[in-house]
Design a protein around this ligand. Sequence first.
Ligand code: NAI
Ligand code: OAA
Length: 336
Amino acid sequence: MVKVVVLGAAGGIGQPLSLLLKTNPVVTGLSLYDIVNAPGVAVDLSHINTPAKVEGFLPPNEGLKQALTGAEIVVIPAGVPRKPGMTRDDLFKINAGIVRDLATGIATTAPKAFVLVISNPVNSTVPIVVEVFKKHGVFDPKRIFGVTTLDVVRASTFAAEALQEPSLASKLVVPVIGGHSGVTILPIFSQAQPPLPASFLENKETLEAITHRVRYGGDEVVKAKDGAGSATLSMAYAGATFVEKVVRAVSGEKNIVAPTFVYLESDAAGGAVIKQELGTDVPYFSVNVELGPSGVEKILPIGKVTAYEKSLFAGALSELETNIKTGVSFIDGAKL
Ligand SMILES: NC(=O)C1=CN([C@@H]2O[C@H](COP(=O)(O)OP(=O)(O)OC[C@H]3O[C@@H](n4cnc5c(N)ncnc54)[C@H](O)[C@@H]3O)[C@@H](O)[C@H]2O)C=CC1
Ligand SMILES: O=C([O-])CC(=O)C(=O)O
């Protein structure tokens, strides 16, 4: 029995994500919470003939508490999306408070749950969740994840497209490390599995163009939606993929590797190795991690990168440090 809670379940991401979770037989309980329409979405989904029991909750009458009771996995896509001309950081003003309040609810009602943060700006909202959990004395670095799966999904798609091999997209895995915004997104095409041809990796123009496309893939969608929001369907797919990996790991399956934005301060899990590789003390980074029944079992090393990939690290790290500080200082000193 795995109970998954979606906070922000009536939104552009929340609805298709909840649909994908409902259709996945590994999910046996689905609890939906939003400030609007969550009970309606829940009743709609509850008619689908799969095992998951679906319930929906609104804020009054301790709806958040009820939604979170018994939660094992909590996914947070609550918050406002971008409009053209905005950066993810522009969302901080509104989303920081939303994420803080939801994190407080989780810390008090389901402190052992795995928390998967989708709400932007991820580079700052994950530190907010961590600081809230620290304040409540329930922080476990193995259980809080920033969802960066969409960057990895995009990297495979765009590389397969550039190679004119559509069937490669679902087989290709390209590590994407760093953070989840613009220059902090670092696709490592040299480590793709199966390996990409030298003609691709050694063509500077192709490589720069595709790296840029992965870094700014979110903007491509924001522009195309023209004021109606940002990526929702591809994000729901990416989010559901990540949730499934967590569920399988929790259920005891071995060798499950997922990319995610994690706290590096837990040396036992391998965070110190990443800091050594980066040559800096950055407290969070998105990398591949091995998942197990208690969450992040091992943070996997970045490994060998090319000179071009390495040349992008400095810009990513300085932006990331700023984003992380913004999140931490939002909670530091605040009364919760
Ligand atoms: N991590 C990633 O890769 C991605 C992250 N995002 C981010 O996900 C977030 C959500 O995007 P969309 O679903 O498109 O937005 P949306 O506006 O369609 O949906 C957001 C939902 O959150 C709900 N909400 C607002 N305040 C809430 C609260 N206090 N408690 C519970 N629910 C609340 C709203 O009622 C709405 O239903 C945005 O911040 C967006 O930037 C979007 C795409 C990719
Ligand atoms: O671009 C945005 O605002 C939404 C997002 O994070 C993405 O699509 O990667």
